[in-house]
Design a protein around this ligand. Structure first.
Ligand SMILES: [Zn+2]
Length: 131
């Protein structure tokens, strides 16, 4: 092999993976996927608990603060009576968001639980204008 040949001609081909190496790589990928699934589950459960604990205070009967209906628990949403102060729910993941609601609640910010309809129906129609 001449040294004057370009690198891509001189570069030896990557050795093929053995069956064991391939299996090990696949096992590693699966391990990582399982960990991600697990982490997501833990995070979801944590967010659910933060939300449910706060809703249990805001709406112990599970009723909407405006129309008084009792929607399914997950349809009750936390609403700022006087508007959110400079942040958007989409700016944070669920855990951070509910921690933020908690912080605001503890700081005396007025919060209430609304059904999806009274809260603008974001769940059913994200593009509808808020009344
Ligand atoms: Zn309502």
């Amino acid at each position: 092999m001449s040294a004057s040949r370009p690198w891509y001609e001189v570069e030896p081909e990557a050795p093929a993976l053995t069956d064991e190496e391939r299996a090990a790589a696949e096992a590693e990928r699966e391990r990582r996927r399982a960990k991600n699934r697990h982490d997501r589950k833990v995070k979801d459960a944590r967010a659910d608990k933060l939300r449910d604990d706060l809703l249990a205070i805001l709406a112990p009967e599970g009723l909407c603060a405006k129309c008084g209906i009792k929607p399914y628990q997950y349809l009750l949403q936390i609403d700022h009576v006087n508007g959110r102060q400079g942040w958007q729910p989409r700016d944070y993941d669920r855990v951070t968001r509910y921690k933020r609601y908690w912080k605001e609640y503890e700081a005396g910010v007025e919060l209430r639980a609304l059904c999806d309809g009274c809260n603008g129906g974001h769940l059913n129609n994200r593009n509808r204008k808020r009344k």
